[in-house]
Ligand binder design. Structure first.
Ligand SMILES: *Cc1c(COP(=O)(O)O)cnc(C)c1O
Length: 381
C-alpha cells in the first residue's frame, strides 16, 4: 500500500494563475512558435540581468552548445570544464567533436579551482600543439555560487581564452553588483523545474556582443538570418527555439522572481542556523555576494561517506526527498571509458561528490519541515 505520509519534495516549481492566465492568452492567439511573447520574455531577462542581449533557446544544454559553436569550437579542440557539474557541461564539448579537459574544484565553494586552472593552462600552453587547440573555458556557478569567477576570468584573459558561464543555477546571483552571465563572453541559463525560474524546459543565452547575439538568433532558428525580411539561410542551424507557451510561463515567473529568491534566501538562512554546531558541513558562500541558493548542498563527515546513499534512502522512506549534489564527470562511464580517468585523478571532486547531500529548498517549504529534515539527518550521523 502507498504510504499516506506527507512527502517533503526536494524541489517544487511555483506556479499559479499568473502562468495559466498568460498561457490561455497564448492559446487564444493561435501563435505558438517563437514570436512576440518570447521577445517580451527576452527583454525582461535583459532588464533583470543587465545583459545587453538575451536569446531564448529550448534548454541550457542547447545554450551551451551554441556558445561553443559560436566560439569556433570544433573537431579535436580543447575546452576547459570543471570536473564537478551536471553532465551537459562536458557533453556539449564532445558534441562539438572537441575534448573536455577537466579541472578539479575548490573544496569550499565547489567551483573550478583557479590554482588548478592556471596549472593546467600553463602545461597546455607549454606545447605548440595543445596551445592552439584551447578554445574556451566553461565556468560553472555550482548551485548558484559565484565564487572564483572574477579570478578565473582574469586568468583566462592572460591566456586570451573566452569564458562561457554555465549559469544554469545562478539566476539572481550577483557579485559586486554584477549579475551571473555578465562576467564572461556568454552566459547560459536553465529553466528546468529545479532551477530558479522554470518554463518546463527552457534556456537563455546572454551576451553583450551584438554579432554573437545575431549568430545565436540564426543558429537557434535553422540558420536563418535574423536581420533579413526574406528567408536567407546563413549557417547550418538547429531548431532550438522556445515556444510562446513556454515564454508565457517565463514572463509570469520573472514577475515573481524577487519573492522566489527571497524565500530561498530565508530557507538557506534557517538551514545555516539549524546546522550550526552539528557535524554536517553547511555550504560555503561569500556573504557579500547575492546567492540564488538553487540547491542547498551539505557534506556529511568523511568517516561515514560510504553511508551517504543509505542516508538518502532512509530519508526517502521517512517521506523526505533529498539527492546527491552533482556529478564527478570524469568518472562517469562515458568519460572514464573514453579518456581513461581513474580514481584519484580529481581528488577534491571525488571527495565532495561522495559526501554531498542536497536538501529540499523551494518557495513554500516551512520552517517546521526544515527542522524535521535536519533533526532526522543529525540523528543518522
Ligand atoms: C541544469 C543544468 C544544466 C542543463 O540545463 P537544461 O536546461 O536541463 O539543459 C547545465 N548545467 C548545469 C550546471 C545545470 O545545473
Amino acid at each position: 500500500m502507498v504510504s499516506e505520509k506527507a512527502v517533503i519534495k526536494l524541489s517544487k516549481p511555483s506556479l499559479d494563475s499568473l502562468e495559466s492566465d498568460l498561457i490561455q492568452k497564448v492559446l487564444d492567439s493561435n501563435q505558438l512558435v517563437q514570436g512576440k511573447i518570447t521577445l517580451e520574455f527576452e527583454n525582461l531577462f535583459s532588464d533583470y540581468t543587465g545583459a545587453k542581449y538575451s536569446i531564448a533557446v529550448s534548454n541550457c544544454t542547447a545554450a551551451l552548445q551554441l556558445s561553443l559553436i559560436s566560439l569556433g569550437v570544433s573537431f579535436n579542440d580543447i575546452v576547459i570544464v570543471p570536473a564537478y557539474s551536471w553532465i551537459s557541461t562536458a557533453n556539449v564539448v564532445s558534441l562539438c567533436g572537441a575534448h573536455p579537459v577537466f579541472i578539479d574544484i575548490d573544496p569550499k565553494s565547489f567551483n573550478m579551482s583557479p590554482i588548478e586552472l592556471e596549472k593546467t593552462l600553463n602545461s597546455l600552453f607549454d606545447l605548440d600543439e595543445t596551445r592552439k587547440l584551447c578554445k574556451a573555458i566553461i565556468f560553472v556557478h555550482t548551485f548558484g555560487n559565484l565564487n572564483n569567477i572574477a579570478e578565473v576570468c582574469s586568468i583566462a584573459k592572460k591566456f586570451s581564452i573566452p569564458v562561457v558561464e554555465d549559469a544554469a543555477c545562478a539566476l539572481g546571483s550577483q557579485s559586486n553588483g554584477k549579475s551571473a552571465g555578465n562576467f564572461g563572453k556568454i552566459g547560459c541559463f536553465s529553466f528546468h523545474p529545479r532551477k530558479i525560474i522554470t518554463t518546463g524546459e527552457g534556456g537563455m543565452l546572454v551576451t553583450n556582443d551584438l554579432s554573437l547575439s545575431s549568430e545565436f538568433k540564426a543558429l537557434r532558428n535553422h540558420g536563418m538570418d535574423p536581420n533579413s525580411n526574406r528567408p536567407n539561410f546563413i549557417s547550418a542551424g538547429f531548431n532550438f527555439r522556445l515556444t510562446e507557451i513556454q515564454s508565457a510561463i517565463g514572463i509570469s515567473q520573472m514577475k515573481k522572481i524577487e519573492s522566489l529568491l527571497l524565500s530561498r534566501k530565508k530557507i538557506a538562512k534557517k538551514y545555516f542556523k539549524l546546522l550550526n554546531g552539528s557535524d554536517l558541513l553547511a555550504p560555503f558562500y561569500n556573504n557579500t555576494d547575492e546567492h540564488s541558493f538553487q540547491s542547498f548542498v551539505i557534506l556529511i563527515p568523511l568517516e561515514i561517506r560510504s553511508r551517504r546513499d543509505e542516508i538518502i534512502e532512509y530519508l526517502k522512506n521517512q517521506g523526505i526527498e533529498t539527492t546527491i549534489g552533482t556529478y564527478n564527470m570524469p568518472r562517469t562511464t562515458y568519460f572514464s571509458k573514453r579518456y581513461g580517468y581513474r580514481i584519484g585523478d580529481y581528488p577534491v571532486t571525488e571527495d565532495i561528490s561522495e559526501r554531498s547531500i542536497s536538501l529540499p529548498i523551494y518557495h513554500g517549504l516551512t520552517e517546521g519541515e526544515q527542522e524535521l529534515i535536519v533533526s532526522k539527518l543529525i540523528s543518522l550521523i
